[in-house]
Design a protein around this ligand. Structure first.
Ligand code: HEM
Length: 329
């Protein structure tokens, strides 16, 4: 879920119009597919994306096929996506065995000594599409919304990124060292993760009887650890419901010791994509604030159930910075 950008670029002479319509959600999906299986954007990726969107909609509905058309549509779409991926995996296995290797995630899965069946690989690719694409695109959208509503934070963020850009040639790519020199951006990333809670919590099963604060959680019981409850608890974060990136400049943002900031979970199941997600958000913000300015295109509201998202994907009108006139509709 990314902001809906529809660009209509105008050259310096206002009556020359070049229309470029795209959505960032589509681009991010295409990039993910490219990294996973080296597919360039085209009809195939677009039809895969459309089915994939239906699968995701199924996540946010009651899991009863008789009562929910969204759910049954999602199950059908999942089958279609799995079939499409299955064909690709078969084809790539043949190519790989014939020595035709590509540099992507699929090649690693095919080439490794893991003994994965085609079905395993398809399942893995599907899981990565969901875990790696939906999460980051949602957090990016929410970061844009929170920053738009907090102009001082946006101004400080711009300053940090303008300083990084000033040391580089035009269009020169960011290096790891640039990413490591974005302290305020990291505060924005933390605060977005804390307030948004796009993953509201995780389930765990008690392996033994657990005695905690006078209660017993019997062995075998399932427990839901709510990140949202902890991240929005004013005992841990002063004025917990406000978006305040500066809180991370002191005391790592928390008012108590303890491990109270866990947007990526923890322990052996800690999200393996946690650093990638932070890098993606930071790099996205870099390009957004150094190239464009924007205003919200429509009123949009946050909803918190079943997960945090905006109702309309937060459409914005953007304008290119540096006085080049670009109108976005
Ligand atoms: C803002 C972005 C993200 C958030 C908030 C997030 C959050 C989480 C959380 C809370 C878990 C459960 C951890 C636990 O049980 O302790 C998880 C698991 C996982 N995440 Fe992420 N994630 C994000 C991005 C990503 C990305 C970019 C990838 C991969 C490219 C990814 C791949 C996974 C996988 C594969 C798991 C399952 C790990 C396991 O069960 O062992 N995530 N994520």
């Amino acid at each position: 879920m990314l902001p809906r950008f529809r660009l209509q670029a105008r050259g310096p002479v206002s009556h020359i119009r070049v229309a470029q319509h795209f959505t960032l959600a589509r681009i991010t999906f295409e990039l993910t597919v490219k990294q996973l299986m080296s597919f360039d954007p085209g009809e195939w990726t677009e039809s895969l994306r459309k089915e994939y969107v239906l699968v995701i909609e199924g996540f946010f509905t009651v899991a009863l096929p008789i009562f929910s058309t969204t759910y049954s549509r999602a199950i059908k779409a999942r089958t279609k996506v799995a079939e499409a991926l299955s064909l690709i995996v078969k084809q790539r296995r043949k190519q790989s065995e014939a020595g035709e290797k590509k540099k992507d995630m699929l090649e690693t899965l095919l080439a490794g000594d893991y003994g994965f069946s085609d079905e395993h690989i398809v399942d893995f690719l599907l899981a990565l599409l969901v875990a790696g694409y939906e999460t980051t695109s949602t957090i990016i959208t929410l970061a844009v919304k929170f920053l738009t509503e907090t102009p001082l934070a946006l101004a400080q963020l711009k300053e940090e990124h303008d300083q990084i850009r000033a040391k580089k040639r035009e269009n020169e790519a960011l290096e790891w060292s640039d990413y490591k020199s974005m302290p305020f951006t990291q505060c924005v990333v933390n605060e977005t993760l804390r307030v948004a809670n796009i993953i509201g919590g995780i389930f765990r099963r008690a392996m033994t009887d657990i005695h905690i604060k006078g209660y017993t959680i019997p062995k075998g019981w399932k427990v839901f650890a709510s990140f949202r409850a902890v991240h929005l608890d004013r005992d841990h974060f002063k004025d917990a419901r406000s978006f305040n990136p500066w809180r991370w400049q002191e005391n790592s943002g928390t008012t108590s010791a303890g491990n109270v900031f866990t947007p990526f979970g923890g322990g052996p199941r800690l999200c393996p994509g946690y650093e990638l997600a932070r890098v993606e958000l930071s790099v996205f913000l870099h390009h957004l604030v150094t190239r464009l300015s924007w205003v919200p295109a429509e009123e949009d509201k946050l909803v918190f159930f079943p997960t945090t998202r905006t109702q309309k994907r937060y459409p914005i009108n953007v304008q290119r910075r540096n006085h080049v006139h670009v109108q976005v509709v």
